[in-house]
Design a protein around this ligand. Structure first.
Ligand code: HC1
Ligand code: SF4
Length: 573
């Protein structure tokens, strides 16, 4: 241990602790822009590029994030000299930044804006040449606006170290320095999976989602379309944050009320399709297990993971489940069942909007194979943040709305569907159904707690009618790579593997309200989903009466012919 004082307060910390972390332990805030520390998921971005965290020591000014605490050190975080240096650094950053905060996608959520505000900066002091490197709007999911990049490298850390995709890195020098793709190619020409984790950690408006809010307003205005909306599991425990509610607050009823007030004709639930996915995926698993072929089965509901497996493991494309994701199954059932059979309209006269915690879902719904006869299953996907923008734009105060219920039948779901939004949830939901189907016994304890929690890779063995089923859950693409390399090498003992690209699952999706590096927020959202599951009467997907009726009236057998046509897909190398 080393002993030091910060602003006169004594503390003892482990050797190798930075001044920044030592101060944090004492409850002393030192502002930073580039630093990002999320121990739970091993994110340690400390490139010390922004120099906002300058503090005073006997040796002069030092960056707190890159200077280790030393025995006897006396640190002052707020001397006039430190404040002046900090202010100058931010003034220099602002001098080379587009000053369009009022119309910036990140307005109100920008860490640079916040620091400028906290430091009382009221003028752009240094005026001169500015970086002009332009935008990349090539993808359906992500906008990259280079001029707003402050070179903090958080996105690079996320993409390279956590996701191991390597789509972004620092290139060029001086004013030309940028974090970009190889040869500055458009994102669509790279292996970017659109996981959106770079967006989740970008402190400014340099990386944002493609904003589809206006397209949704336009659709709501069309008299010739029936506009329906579906909402992903993870949205209901995060949307409240945009309206001052606690992270993890269960806002389902208020969210439904807000969607109805926005003008959607039917407010449905992706959860309905999550239950449907389980019936198809459990059937597919049992089928593969009996045949002893194409194991382990890999879950296929996360579109960034699907992109990753297509790019990285083209030799293993027999393994992902052929099930479309719940987002897509929902669209398919809404257009090919609900439209013609329940409300008597043509599939092309229905417009399906999805609200997702994810930016890859925007890309997923544009994949041409995910539809029937040139009608895409889902027309437009917006993020949790974009829904919040629409609600605010309409002047609705979500936190004061009275709870309303989803429309039926595509709004009915079991607890198994809610937990899809947290890492391990899809697997747990599948086990609840597979167990009962294979054993023909009632599963009394539906809580497979071994696959819950935030470990990057979790495993368990479950006895199903005398067969030991080995299961694995991985979240982040870096962890997926570890598991998949074993599969490729023939060393994997697993029968089922669930993979989600975001650290912790969809609750941490790239389209959720910004967490600003606070992983507790993500834990609270997941706890919210498990609370919903625990409080529901029905917690096994195959007991959802609306799903049972759908098979009886329309689909026939799970994994049967109609299901194959409407609910399954294929992959491309
Ligand atoms: Fe997800 Fe899924 S859980 S992928 O994480 O399988 O986005 O929430 O909607 O489709 O249901 C996301 C969340 C979501 C799908 C479901
Ligand atoms: Fe990398 Fe994901 Fe960002 Fe693409 S979306 S650049 S894969 S972090």
């Amino acid at each position: 241990l080393v002993n030091l004082t910060i602003n006169g307060k004594s503390t003892s910390v482990e050797r190798d602790t930075t001044i920044l972390d030592a101060a944090k332990n004492l409850g002393i805030k030192i502002p930073t822009l580039c630093n990002l520390h999320m121990d739970e998921i091993n994110v340690h971005n400390k490139c010390a590029s922004c120099r906002v965290c300058m503090v005073d020591t006997a040796r002069g000014l030092v960056p707190a994030c890159a200077t280790n605490a030393k025995e006897g050190m006396e640190v002052q975080t707020n001397t006039p000299r430190a404040l002046k240096a900090r202010k100058k650094v931010v003034e220099l950053l602002l001098s080379d930044h587009p000053q369009d905060c009022l119309i910036c996608e990140k307005n109100g959520n920008c860490e640079l804006q916040d620091i400028a505000q906290d430091l009382g900066i009221r003028e752009i002091k240094y005026k001169g040449t500015k970086t002009e490197l332009g935008m990349d709007t090539s993808s359906k999911s992500i906008v990259k606006y280079h001029d707003k990049c402050i070179l903090c490298r958080r996105c690079e850390t996320m993409c390279n170290e956590i996701q191991t995709v390597g789509a972004l890195s620092g290139v060029n020098r001086g004013f030309e320095t940028m974090v970009s793709t190889f040869f500055n190619d458009p994102m669509t020409k790279t292996n970017c999976t659109y996981c959106g984790q770079c967006i989740a950690v970008c402190p400014t408006g340099a990386l944002t989602e493609v904003n589809n809010v206006n397209q949704v307003w336009n659709a709501l205005d069309k008299k010739d379309k029936t506009v329906v909306v579906q909402v992903a599991p993870a949205v209901r425990v995060a949307i409240g944050e945009e309206f001052g509610l606690e992270a993890g607050a269960i806002s389902t009823g208020k969210m439904v009320a807000a969607l109805r007030a926005l003008g959607f004709k039917y407010v449905f639930d992706t959860n309905f399709a999550a239950d449907l996915t389980i019936l198809e995926e459990a059937s597919e698993f049992i089928h593969r297990l009996k045949e002893g072929k194409n194991l382990p089965i890999l879950t296929s509901c996360c579109p960034a993971w699907v992109n990753f497996v297509e790019y990285t493991y083209p030799d293993l494309l027999n393994l992902p489940s052929s099930c479309k994701s719940p987002q897509e199954m929902f669209g398919s059932i809404a257009k090919n069942y609900f439209a013609p059979r329940v409300i008597n309209i043509k599939p092309e006269d229905m417009y399906v909007v999805s609200v997702m915690p994810c930016v890859a879902k925007k890309y997923e719904c544009s994949r041409e194979e995910l539809g029937q006869d040139d009608v895409l299953d889902v027309d437009m996907s917006i993020t949790t943040r974009e829904l919040a923008k629409m609600i605010k734009e309409a002047g609705i105060d979500l936190s004061n709305l009275k709870d309303e219920c989803f429309d039926i039948p595509l709004g009915e779901s079991t607890g198994a569907a809610d937990i899809f939004g947290a890492t391990g949830g899809v697997l747990e939901a599948a086990l609840r159904t597979a167990y009962e189907w294979v054993t023909d016994e009632t599963l009394d304890n539906v809580n497979f707690t071994q696959v819950r929690g935030f470990e990057g890779i979790k495993e368990a063995s479950v006895d199903i009618a005398g067969t030991t089923v080995n299961v694995c859950v991985a979240s982040t693409l870096g962890n997926a790579r570890k598991v998949m390399d074993e599969v490729r090498a023939g060393n994997s003992k697993y029968h089922i593997i669930e993979i989600m690209a975001c650290p912790g699952g969809c609750v941490a999706g790239g389209g959720q309200p910004y967490h600003h590096g606070d992983y507790d927020i993500i834990k609270k959202r997941a706890a919210g989903l498990y609370n919903i599951d625990g409080s529901k009467q029905l917690r096994k997907s195959h007991t959802n009466p609306a799903i049972v009726a759908l098979y009886n009236d329309f689909l026939g057998e799970p994994y049967g012919e109609v299901a194959h046509k409407l609910l399954h897909t294929h992959y491309f190398d």
